[in-house]
Design a protein around this ligand. Structure first.
Ligand code: BG6
Length: 469
């Protein structure tokens, strides 16, 4: 059997706001992840942690990178926290201590033979930009972001080969506060916010592509979405139409814009039918068109698949589509088990996503997050996480099928995550790491790092280039 390519980027990924802590150190400002009062996941009793220390990656980063090197990582994706570089967000000059910190991290990664993959915004809009400007809903903030990207690329030029412009850009209209630093204005409908924010974050993405390619033309840049394919609830045509609509608006729309450089017809039609007029000038349209030519790859996170059904009791077609777009019913697929948080485990859904994206966009793909959250306890210094190993075994088998059988061009696979961190809902109970960090939801304990059973398993996978799963 042939193999994945030789330079396949095996590794892992982390979002720094969720792991760093050190939240006011060395000039850092507060960001939305620090300040937002998060809503717990449905059916889950909240046990929020504050972000002041998180899993203290800020002070343990060398030790954490040593552990990644021990697993044999070829690549590591992390995010440069915006409010560490521009504490308020609207300053002209960057905070040099912040840039120094990440440059040291990059140098250390390179010393260990690990390729840094840098995300430019990941749940870290400076809090001041949300409160004073309403985040990416305000075009001025796009310019502040471009300035922030400029400071980063100027400093890391020649050291960072891979950039990701915007983490889970498609989720901006669904979780506007965390993902885009935006509160919905009272005089805007959900559909208007969906439309304008979709455009604004695309302009932010395009500005980042432009800045990166201007300053460091050798660097490769990719767009990124949070992906969960929607399957029809049944094989009745109304459910198929519902799933098709949801997949377009939720998953394809950002990649369609990024790769074609223009708004797809179905989105223009969506706005026209609702009399939505967006603010999108010629210069911005040209920026989006030119960024499409410069985009090197497409990346995405994958944890689960989802289900979309129609509504029998809604006759009006526009009302029906709006309900589908913002559906919160959490419909379940009868064929797959779930983790404690109700996330259904469907490894062949990852294969399907790879096939679908590759043959739709013809661009190299990069899986930049995949993993499972589990509530775990340390016993005698050990965590026996067989459930995580089983999850990864299945998912890596599926990506191999997509590459070796289905012909997908896949650059790499980054597991989520090397080290425990706080979930997007600020929970430590939902752990993802190959390495356990000793803290609980209220006590910091000693923050010591322990290799879980999966650590050794993933090390072997990388060593054998996934021959031994
Ligand atoms: C992705 C995010 O949505 O999923 C990560 O990019 C996040 O930041 C991950 O941690 C898993 O989600 P959660 O809610 O379990 O943390």
């Amino acid at each position: 059997m042939s193999q994945l390519k030789k330079d396949f980027l095996w590794g892992g990924a982390l979002s720094n706001v969720q792991a760093e802590g050190g939240y006011l150190e060395d000039g850092k400002g507060l960001n939305v992840y620090d300040t937002l009062v998060v809503t717990p996941e449905p059916g889950i009793a909240p046990m929020f942690c504050d972000t002041a220390v998180a899993t203290d990656h800020y002070h343990h980063y060398k030790e954490d990178i040593d552990l990644m090197a021990e697993m044999g990582f070829k690549a590591y994706r992390f995010s440069v926290v915006w409010s560490r570089i521009h504490p308020l967000g609207d300053e002209e000059q960057p905070n040099l201590a912040g840039l120094d910190y990440y440059e040291d991290m990059i140098d250390y990664l390179l010393e260990k033979g690990i390729e840094p993959v840098v995300s430019l915004v990941h749940f870290d809009m400076p809090d001041h930009l949300l409160r004073e400007y309403n985040g990416f809903l305000n075009k001025q903030v796009i310019e502040f972001f471009a300035r922030h990207v400029e400071s980063i690329v100027e400093r890391f030029k020649g050291k960072v080969k891979y950039y990701i412009t915007y983490n889970e850009i498609n989720l901006a209209p669904y979780m506007p506060d965390l993902v885009a630093g935006v509160y919905k204005p009272d005089d805007m409908s959900q559909e208007e916010l969906f439309s304008q924010l979709t455009i604004n974050v695309q302009i932010a993405h395009a500005r980042a592509v432009d800045v990166i390619k201007r300053i460091d033309p050798q660097a490769q840049v990719g767009g990124m979405i949070g992906h969960a394919p929607f399957y029809p609830l049944t094989c009745q045509s109304q459910d198929i139409i519902a799933a098709d609509f949801k997949n377009k608006m939720h998953n394809y729309l950002p990649f369609d814009i990024m790769t074609s450089g223009k708004l797809p017809e179905y989105f223009i039609h969506f706005m026209k039918q609702r009399d939505i007029v967006i603010d999108f000038n010629e210069q911005e349209q040209a920026m989006i068109a030119s960024s499409a030519q410069k985009l090197d790859y497409l990346s995405f996170s994958y944890y689960r698949s989802s289900v979309q059904g129609s509504y029998d009791d809604i006759d009006d077609l526009i009302a029906l589509e709006n309900a589908i777009l913002f559906d919160k019913r959490g419909l379940k697929n009868p064929y797959y088990p779930s983790n404690e948080w109700g996330w259904q485990i469907d490894s062949e859904g990852l294969r399907y996503s790879l096939i679908d994206f590759y043959h739709r966009y013809h661009k190299p793909l990069f899986i930049v997050e995949n993993g499972i959250g589990i509530d775990e306890q340390l016993k005698d210094g050990k965590v026996i996480d067989d459930e995580r190993i089983a999850y990864y075994q299945k998912h890596i088998t599926s990506i191999k099928r997509a590459v070796l059988h289905d012909g997908v061009d896949l650059m790499g696979y980054l597991a989520w995550s090397p080290i425990d961190f706080l979930s997007s809902h600020k929970e430590i109970r939902k752990r993802y790491g190959f390495v356990y960090v000793n803290r609980d939801f209220k006590d910091l304990l000693d923050l010591k790092r322990y290799r879980k059973k999966s650590f050794y398993w993933y090390q072997k996978v990388i060593q054998t280039h996934s021959e031994d799963l």
